[in-house]
Design a protein around this ligand. Sequence first.
Ligand code: FAD
Length: 437
Amino acid sequence: MSSSDHPAVLVVGAGPAGLITALALNKNGVPTRIIERRESFHGGIRGTFIQPRSIELLASLGVLDEVLKISVPPYTIGVHGAGKEILSEMKWAEEADESPGTPYRCGFNVNQSVFERVLREQLEKQSIAVETDVDLVGIERSASVARACLLVDGIQREEEFDYIVAADGAKELTFEWRRSSMLDGYFWLVLNIAWKVALVHKGLAYPSLLDTYEVERVPVIAEMLAMTSNLHKLAFASSSSVSALGEHNADVSAGQKVDHMFRPKTGLQLGVNCRWSPIVLDRRDTGAGQATLVQNPYGRDSDVLRAGDRAPDAPGLLEQPGGREARLFTVTAGCTQHAVLVFSGAAPAEDVKAAIVGLDRYRRGGIASVVVIAPQGSVMPACAGAQVFIDGAGHAYGGYQIDPRSLVFVVVRPDGIIGAFATGLEQMHKYFSAILL
Ligand SMILES: Cc1cc2nc3c(=O)[nH]c(=O)nc-3n(C[C@H](O)[C@H](O)[C@H](O)COP(=O)(O)OP(=O)(O)OC[C@H]3O[C@@H](n4cnc5c(N)ncnc54)[C@H](O)[C@@H]3O)c2cc1C
């Protein structure tokens, strides 16, 4: 719970994970400090590639424009012969399939130290400076606070926080409170913990909501480690037929399995999901059966979109009244609130308005915005308490696989995950009651 006499959160480590955590928490209105044990910031290139899923989340966080200024299109990799001649060139990564739901089909390259500088500048604009030469050397926990033991200019002192987020590169602290680590661009995990900490800090959710971070994170990280281990094996045993995808190798053809430089589309992270999470809810009868619930953290195992999947984009929305064109990602951006998408289908406007009234407590409480999306070619008047759009190009109903005759609610979480597919207000309340006090 929040307390007024100390910043709510201490972020430990000013690498990409720590900086994005601090940005996301601050955006969520959580007073945050960020410390870095080094006297000066890292130099050098280190991590260079930002995946499409991470680009989407940088856009939602509002920092993409600045990052794009320092990024370059994906490098090609040249294979050089003994005389340094280029024998062959290959792509850095595969592109995602073309789809209206995927605005960024390929990642880009950026020098990590420059990327971190841009993130620090964004933080400074919000009056948060990274405190360098401050080392977290211990944590004492009590029921209400975390007491951090900090080494500042060689002098040890204790300070209290509600939460300590260890963004220390997942290697240096032997203790942990809540850990977030970048691990090849896992901005999703950072934004995942940020909205949960914010709700708990504001007294709107039980602290146990934070436990769902681990539940959602661990299978994804395990799969990522398996994938990178396989890539490593491939690089050092290129004649092997080990798949970089481990057991989920549907997008690797037989020929590509032996190419040690091949990077499968799965690595773009667009399929990363948490369908198994106890706080996602799917109440539609999709006919897909239990098979779709089998854990496959890096990719959907069917074409059916489910709760726990990445929420796709939908361009071509026409705002009502006026007809201004917008894309869904812009409407749901911000990383701070849920968005309840009310796919109005063939429901009469009065039913839609009643649904909006039913969602009012979440809107007024700052938990969720409400967005009505009416089918292509239909008419929907302005509704108090909601933004209203016509699905001008049909991409919202198509991408979210909604029958245009049905009234369906889709919850998009602040971290860009589909929290719920629901067919009635009762189910919506069930979703929110699982995360709110
Ligand atoms: C030489 C090298 C080359 C790399 N090349 C690539 C690459 O080509 N592609 C790629 O994707 N990735 C690469 N990486 C990995 C990439 O740099 C990491 O994935 C990324 O830095 C992880 O970000 P992070 O924020 O989780 O952790 P880090 O960047 O490690 O940041 C953690 C920060 O926490 C600080 N810290 C730790 N403990 C404490 C404490 N107790 N108190 C205060 N501060 C603390 C550390 O000083 C550090 O600055 C490379 C890494 C290295 C070292």
